[in-house]
Design a protein. Structure first.
Length: 263
């Protein structure tokens, strides 16, 4: 079963530049998605629905741009973006990023913040990564006296050896700001990936000034349970305590533009 997914991005009564932008988007959409067929089984019906949502979200983003701000998009950005999106539109978080990036590339006010690297960044993000990045958006326009705009607390958990000041790494990049996802290993993997992509920077040896910024790390269940076991002084355990190394995580300049454009 085929469905009609050709979008009408720009109204027929629009200005010449708006019509040109609409024609470009229409042509690219047809080129990328025009040959996709869906069959009436459960999996593909869901996929067809996701594509319809992507089309509607993209139309909404583009139609919200004032006509005087519309510009022809750079092909080296919009082409790879549209092509890559066909593999990721089933994820709500990722298709939203692609829709935002496409819209930003036809908007004169945001075009200078777009970057070809953003396409590859989105392709290498998980839905968890997208949720964690979203946490930084409200902080971009705030002035944080503790360190800098868009910084959040992060820590390493270390195990302290008995009769020694040496310690062994236990859990690295523990990030608890995402209250929706409580798995510390999953969040650790996520922020490590964001750091790898150059969207965030993680620094230890410096910390937020607020005395309450790191309290939640001491109340985290794994930390509390590990501390309880170690403090019981069982002879078979080589460690005597679990300690926290404080740090901060914040958006890089590339990450700031990425969040402003894609999130």
């Amino acid at each position: 079963m085929k469905i009609d997914i050709v979008p009408k991005f720009i109204d027929e009564a629009a200005t010449p530049i708006a019509k040109s932008v609409g024609k470009t988007l229409d042509s690219l959409w047809s080129l990328v998605f025009g040959g996709i067929n869906f069959y009436a089984d459960k999996v593909n019906t869901k996929r067809a629905h996701s594509l319809q949502l992507f089309k509607e979200e993209l139309e909404e983003e583009v139609s919200s741009i004032p006509e005087e701000s519309l510009v022809e998009p750079p092909l080296h950005i919009i082409g790879p973006t549209m092509e890559a999106s066909k593999f990721y539109f089933e994820s709500e978080e990722l298709r939203s990023m692609f829709a935002n990036l496409i819209a930003a590339s036809v908007n004169a006010k945001t075009l200078n913040k777009t970057h070809p690297a953003f396409v590859e960044c989105i392709k290498q993000l998980s839905p968890v990564d997208a949720k964690n990045l979203k946490l930084f958006k409200p902080l971009i326009h705030e002035i944080a006296p503790e360190f800098a705009p868009s910084s959040l607390p992060i820590v390493n958990y270390h195990l302290l050896f008995k009769k020694s000041s040496n310690f062994a790494p236990y859990k690295n990049n523990v990030f608890l700001s995402n209250t929706e996802i409580q798995d510390i290993d999953l969040n650790s993997t996520s922020v490590t990936n964001l750091n790898r992509l150059g969207l965030v920077e993680i620094q230890y040896g410096t910390s937020l000034i607020s005395e309450h910024a790191y309290t939640e790390f001491e109340c985290e269940p794994l930390f509390k349970q590990t501390k309880k076991v170690l403090m019981s002084n069982e002879s078979s355990i080589a460690y005597q305590d679990i300690v926290i190394e404080k740090g901060i995580i914040f958006l890089t300049p590339l990450g700031t533009n990425f969040v402003q454009v894609c999130i």
